[in-house]
Ligand binder design. Structure first.
Ligand SMILES: Nc1ncnc2c1ncn2[C@@H]1O[C@H](COP(=O)(O)OP(=O)(O)OP(=O)(O)O)[C@@H](O)[C@H]1O
Ligand SMILES: [Mg+2]
Length: 535
């Protein structure tokens, strides 16, 4: 039987000092004035060797912010008096580096009663942790603002639809030349401005109803170039370079234009002395997931790209550049460095919302005093067949009158009253319902007559899509070729929930004008006529 061997030899030359030197914790010995007397490798590494390389002894408080110096002095005094003190958070200012955030633990040893106390400091690096916390708080803030914006926008769009709508009705009685005409136009124009603001908020919160189409970016940019040139003024040169055989993207045209315009306006503002605005497109294949170039900054931590074929649109200026300390803020709503009145700070947050909702990516590269590049990446879209939608649009008639029967379902009374009156003015028969349940009853009573259903999406009780689904179940024959137009202030999951992702609907975003409403109804009725005669 063998006995375990216990080695009782003391371990040669290894002392506790070696362990301290090798510790991953930063450890230092200080005197009562916080002068660093000796320290381990981790401490020197954390403090970027300032205490090692300096000829004179340096005190730790010298590398602290003013308001933190007192905290350290207090901690050291407390440790000297009670042998240990509660940990504190400090941020170290080291030349040529960003702030280093640490937790600082102080303890005190007294070698002998008549000897000076020895203060020992342990520092734990918290920089990464603190940065994460900050980013988390930032993304929470973005989310909260987005949610709030979506909620407010929904109500606002109803109010604005009624305001703009009743202005339109008034304008029919007070046309140009009437003494009241100018005043009504003022009201309408201001309501339209409010509607624009709401649209931006919705874009940011990604609640906007996009109407994506297969788009040729080259055409889109060429068409925009005149407008951009006018926006940037004469002392800025516009330089547009189109990539060869550029692929197609699937996006909402109006939204994509808005993105380019916002970026162009920002570029202009960054070049008050003039300069060059370059808009460049290219096909590009991404092979590695992540951020395409290490100079690029993403708006949010989770923004990275998957490998695939993309279309890259770069908007580059030769302006002021963006300082590093604000770069993480620029995509926040209401963040603006411009004078009060000249910028609301919604430009980039709108851009970001649209890009994200389109499934694209945006990154920024900037050099102070040299300029900034915003790089937009969109998935290349294979156009399956020639776009059919355009044909239907061309058929839009200028005659907006009609005699069909329309079931109008809308819970907001002012919106419903306006829409009903607008449609009756154009000759239509309008049946009104103020909720989904009521709509089913009305449909039952007049089932043979209804040609078109116009319905709000969000309503208390049964929502619009659910109401349509119920009608389809109850009256499959009558609903088979029913024309349906949804009107809504913002994008809803309600469609997908009720019908799955593939079914397409006619959609009219709120707020709408009398003319837009009448045109949409006409378009839908005409398209029915076409498909009937085709079929
Ligand atoms: N091309 C750029 N060059 C330099 N700074 C920029 C550039 N683009 C944006 N910024 C900075 O980002 C901030 C936010 O931009 P954003 O477009 O969101 O708001 P804004 O232009 O100030 O106001 P708004 O677009 O609502 O009129 C700007 O105030 C500016 O400081
Ligand atoms: Mg802007």
């Amino acid at each position: 039987m063998t006995m375990p061997v216990i080695n009782t030899h003391p371990h040669s030359n290894l002392t506790l000092e070696h362990f301290i030197e090798l510790s991953p914790l930063a450890i230092a010995r200080l005197d009562a004035e916080s002068t660093v007397i000796e320290a381990n490798a981790a401490f020197h590494h954390l403090t970027r060797d300032v205490f090692k390389t300096s000829a004179q002894p340096i005190r730790l408080i010298e590398i602290l912010e003013k308001d933190e110096k007192g905290a350290l002095t207090n901690q050291l005094e407390q440790a000297a008096a009670q042998s240990a003190a509660a940990p504190i958070s400090l941020s170290l200012n080291l030349e040529g580096h960003g702030p280093v955030m640490v937790s600082c633990y102080a303890t005190c040893m007294r070698p002998a009663a008549n000897q000076a106390p020895v203060l020992i400091l342990h520092l734990i690096d918290q920089t990464e942790q603190k940065n994460l916390e900050m980013r988390f708080a930032h993304s929470q803030k973005m989310q909260a603002v987005g949610q709030l914006a979506g909620g407010v926008a929904h109500d606002f769009n109803n109010l604005l639809t009624a305001m703009i709508g009743f202005c339109d009705l008034l304008l029919m009685r007070h046309p140009a030349g009437d003494p009241s005409f100018a005043d009504i136009m003022q009201v309408k124009q201001n309501a339209n401005r409010a509607a624009n603001l709401v649209r931006q908020l919705l874009a940011f919160s990604r609640r906007q109803t996009l109407q994506p189409k297969t788009l040729d970016v080259t055409d889109l940019l060429s068409e925009l170039s005149n407008l951009i040139r006018r926006l940037i003024g004469e002392n800025i040169t516009l330089n547009m370079t189109h990539g060869r055989d550029l692929g197609m993207v699937k996006a909402d045209q109006g939204q994509l234009e808005q993105v380019i315009i916002n970026l162009a306006v920002n570029a202009r503002d960054a070049m008050p002395e003039g300069g060059t605005l370059t808009i460049r497109t290219n096909n590009i294949s991404i092979h590695k997931p992540g951020i395409p170039s290490k100079n690029m900054i993403a708006p949010a931590e989770d923004d990275y790209m998957l490998p695939g074929d993309y279309i890259l649109v770069e908007v580059e200026d030769t302006g002021t550049g963006i300082p590093t300390d604000i770069i993480t803020n620029i995509f926040e709503p209401f963040f603006s460095t411009k004078e009060v009145g000249s910028g609301t700070g919604l430009g980039l947050s709108t851009v970001y919302g649209i890009i994200k909702q389109t499934g694209g990516h945006i990154f920024v590269t900037t050099h102070l005093g040299k300029g900034t590049i915003f790089s937009l990446y969109f998935r290349q879209h294979q156009a399956a067949q020639a776009p059919v939608e355009e044909a239907a649009e061309d058929a839009r008639a200028t005659d907006l009158t009609g005699g069909e029967t329309i079931l109008l379902v809308e819970d907001e009374t002012p919106v419903r009253i306006f829409a009903a009156r607008a449609l009756r003015n154009k000759g239509y028969d309008v049946l009104e319902a103020d909720c989904g349940e009521n709509a089913i009853e009305v449909f039952q009573q007049h089932s043979g007559q209804v040609d078109v259903i116009i319905s709000d999406v969000v309503m208390p009780g049964m929502n619009g899509p659910k109401m349509i689904a119920a009608l389809e179940k109850q009256f499959p024959d009558k609903m088979a070729d029913m024309q349906i137009i949804f009107i809504s202030g913002y994008a809803e999951n309600a469609f997908v929930d009720s019908f799955g992702p593939d079914r397409e609907f006619n959609f009219l975003p709120k707020p709408f004008t009398l003319k837009q409403l009448a045109a949409k109804v006409k378009e839908v009725i005409n398209s029915k006529g076409q498909s009937d005669s085709a079929g």
